[in-house]
Write a protein that binds this ligand. Structure first.
Ligand SMILES: [Zn+2]
Length: 135
């Protein structure tokens, strides 16, 4: 469940990339049975600038992996994806966006943008993410 108040308080506004990052992080913790904060390491691939870069903040917030703890890394890439590793088991997954969700990203501002972010928060996981096991 996306805690909108928490993510807005942390990030300053509500946007779809933030929500996607938050959800991807939650999903990764669950799939890897990893512990928040210290039990997970994340490398986020995304463009250099916001708004796509807001994806990183969503991931930081849900996983508790942060730049300060040196378990969150960013690599510039044209597409959004994230690699998550359970630091205890060494198991990793990659999470990418589906074509279906990518097609929904058209420019929006203000209330329309927030409404879209809330819609993204409610969409079923399989419509939003592709989950790949990493060996
Ligand atoms: Zn943002």
């Amino acid at each position: 469940m996306v805690d909108f108040d928490k993510i807005i308080d942390f990030h300053g506004h509500l946007g779809p990339y933030l929500v996607l990052g938050y959800r991807a992080g939650e999903l990764a913790l669950e799939k890897l049975s990893a512990e928040r904060h210290f039990g997970i390491e994340v490398t986020v691939h995304c463009p250099e600038n916001p708004p796509p870069r807001c994806f990183i903040d969503g991931i930081q917030l849900s996983t508790g992996a942060t730049f300060g703890k040196n378990n969150l890394f960013h690599q510039t890439a044209p597409e959004l994806s994230a690699f998550f590793t359970n630091k205890k088991t060494g198991k990793s997954i990659e999470i990418q966006l589906t074509d279906s969700i990518k097609k929904q990203f058209i420019p929006r501002i203000g209330p329309e943008l927030e409404a879209f972010a809330r819609k993204v928060a409610a969409q079923p996981v399989e419509e939003v993410f592709i989950i790949k096991e990493v060996l």
